[in-house]
Write a protein that binds this ligand. Structure first.
Ligand code: CXF
Ligand code: ZN
Ligand code: ZN
Length: 356
């Protein structure tokens, strides 16, 4: 098959046409990938951030159709359209049995899982990035890592349900648990931030305010229901004179997390969904942690149980309350993935999809 291989950190993606992967084993399925999103995390991983080892096939936001099923793979059928999850729940670990499947610890850790599909270019083994490797024509993944989607949802939009949309909508609905009438600040309007804006609107947030340096993204936030959108340097009046009930940081830098903290009222919630750096420290005084009574909430995969979240998001899309087309800036063939990355990094882009 064809795939985009990252041979070493910081190297451009290399299109290889002689990539092989094994047949699906017990509890696994083979998926033909129809669309994959270029998530910021893929760009970070390709640069060696988060300790990503190479060679590796990246891509974790993907949708396609099941074309082969291994033994004991459950109910799924050949021909079923699916979106991939990059945290397939084991169903048995400490976290899964408590309903926190998004932080499942039961499967092998990333480095081990990456060996899972036995990807090779010639005789050279290549890792399966994030256990998915969707920058490829096919993927072998656990059956627990594919969620059915309907036939009328285009693959280029469905793929977004694999990362950006559950991450952003889930930050509002699951992590922040935004209540009707609450005021919500969303910092950063990429695909995750614009999904958080939509999640806050879906939850009934009364005043959703978006912040982004890029005018085009601010315009999209307004189209998606934000009451106002501002550049980072703008002064934003605190709602009710006291601050926001909720702030969602979809950037992942100490400065934006601290800004979100300062923007919420006493007793408010700050949700950190942006994937930041391990050495980027944010500081709070012990006094303010106690005195402000704010809740600092981490949000991994939007605290989403994907088996429940994907069908819910599909229904929100069907009823017109979740706009997926607004999140797609471009669709590019996989063999032009380096152009897709450049486009994704352009200031006005939201999400660029590749079609393998
Ligand atoms: C990522 C964030 C960094 C750790 C792995 C998951 N989220 C999605 O892109
Ligand atoms: Zn992602
Ligand atoms: Zn588990």
């Amino acid at each position: 098959m064809r795939a985009a291989v990252t041979w070493e950190p910081n190297a451009p993606f290399s299109i290889e046409d002689d990539v092989v992967l094994r047949r699906p084993g017990a509890g696994e399925v083979l998926v033909r990938i129809h669309a994959a999103g270029v998530c910021q995390t893929d760009i970070s991983l390709s640069r060696g951030h988060f300790g990503q080892a190479t060679p590796v096939i990246l891509g974790h936001e993907g949708a396609g159709e099941v074309v082969e099923i291994g033994p004991e793979a459950g109910e799924i059928e050949v021909g079923q359209r699916v979106v991939l999850s990059w945290v397939p729940p084991c169903g048995r670990c400490y976290f899964c049995v408590r309903g926190q499947t998004f932080i499942c610890s039961g499967r092998k850790r990333a480095g081990e899982l990456e060996a899972g599909a036995d990807l090779r270019v010639g005789d050279r083994p290549v890792r399966q990035g994030m256990g998915t490797a969707t920058f490829a024509q096919h993927a072998v993944v656990p059956a627990a890592g594919v969620i059915p989607i309907p036939e009328d949802l285009p693959f280029e939009q469905a793929a977004l349900l694999g990362c950006a949309v559950p991450t952003g909508v889930g930050a509002a609905l699951n992590s922040a648990r935004v209540q009707p009438g609450e005021t919500v600040l969303v910092v950063g309007c990429g695909a995750v931030g614009l999904s958080a804006v939509q999640g806050a609107v879906i939850a009934g947030g009364s005043t959703v305010v978006a912040i982004d340096p890029q005018p085009g993204r601010r315009k999209r936030a307004l189209e998606l229901g934000a009451a106002s959108a501002h550049a980072p340097e703008d002064h934003v009046a605190p709602p009710g004179g006291v601050g926001f009930d909720v702030a969602i940081d979809a950037v992942g830098r100490s400065a934006t997390v601290r800004g979100a903290w300062d923007a919420v009222r006493r007793g408010g919630r700050v949700v950190v969904v942006g994937a930041g750096k391990a050495d980027d420290l944010v500081s709070f005084s012990v006094l303010e942690l106690f005195h402000e009574e704010k809740r600092l909430v981490g949000s991994f995969y939007g605290s989403s149980d994907m088996r429940f979240e994907v069908p819910r998001l599909v229904e929100l899309w069907r009823s017109g309350r979740l706009d997926l087309t607004a999140l797609v800036s471009d669709v590019v063939p996989l063999d032009r993935i380096n152009e897709a990355v450049d486009r994704q990094l352009a200031a006005d882009a939201v999400r660029v999809m590749v079609t393998p």
